[in-house]
Design a protein around this ligand. Sequence first.
Ligand code: ADE
Length: 226
Amino acid sequence: MQIHVLSVIPELLESPFQHSILKRAQDKGLLKVEVHQLRKWAVNEYGQVDDYQFGGGAGMVMMCEPLAKAIEELSAQEKFDEIIFLTPDGERFNQGMANQLSLKKNLLLICGHYKGIDERIREHFVTREISIGDYVLSGGELAAAVVVDAIGRLLPGVLNDETSALFDSFQDNLLAPPVYTRPEEYRGWKVPEVLLSGDHKKIEEWRFDEAMKRTELRRPDLLKEN
Ligand code: ADE
C-alpha cells in the first residue's frame, strides 16, 4: 500500500512514521509513505501557500493553486483510490473506516492549516473528509499520523501475530478485555484465576464477558451500533 501526504510541516510526520510498527511495515515493503512539502508548489518564491479569507475574518486560508497543482502532479504519477482531507468537520474516524481504508492501494492525505483550505479544493478534488475527533488541532499532521498508524497496522504481515489486530478494541464494536502479565501476584494484587487455568474455552468466555462489561460501562453507545 502507498500513502502520500501533503503538508506544510513534513517534519511533524517524520518521527511517527519512522518508528515501531509503521517502520516495520515500511521495512518489510508492505507500506510506502511519502510526505511532500506543499511549499514546493507555492505561488511565489517566498513559499506562499495561504492568503487572507474573502469576506474578512481572522485566520488565513490555504490557497487553491498550490493544492491543485500538487494534487494534479501527484495524480499524474499515481492513481489515488481516495484523496482525503483531514479536517475537524469531516466524518468521524473509527475502526470500521480504518479497516476499509486498509484495503485500498493508494491514498493521498491532505493536511490543512490555519483556517482550513479553499472550499473549491474540497469540492473538486477531495473524495473523503476525515476528523479524528471533536476537537481542533493546529494542523492535520497529527490526524494524518493517527490515520496512517491505524491503517498501517492492519496490513497483512505487519503485525507479528497475524490475528492480533482482530482482537483489538472496536473490531466487534467491543472494547478489549483486561490483560495481565507476570508476576501472578504483585503487591498482593492477583491475576484472575481463570487466566492461569489453561482452560481455553473458559478463558475465551471470561474475556468476552469482561469485554461486554467494560463496553456497557464505558461505551454503551458501541453496543447500540451492533
Ligand atoms: N485538523 C484539525 N483538527 C482536526 C481533527 N480533529 N481531525 C482531523 N483533522 C484535523
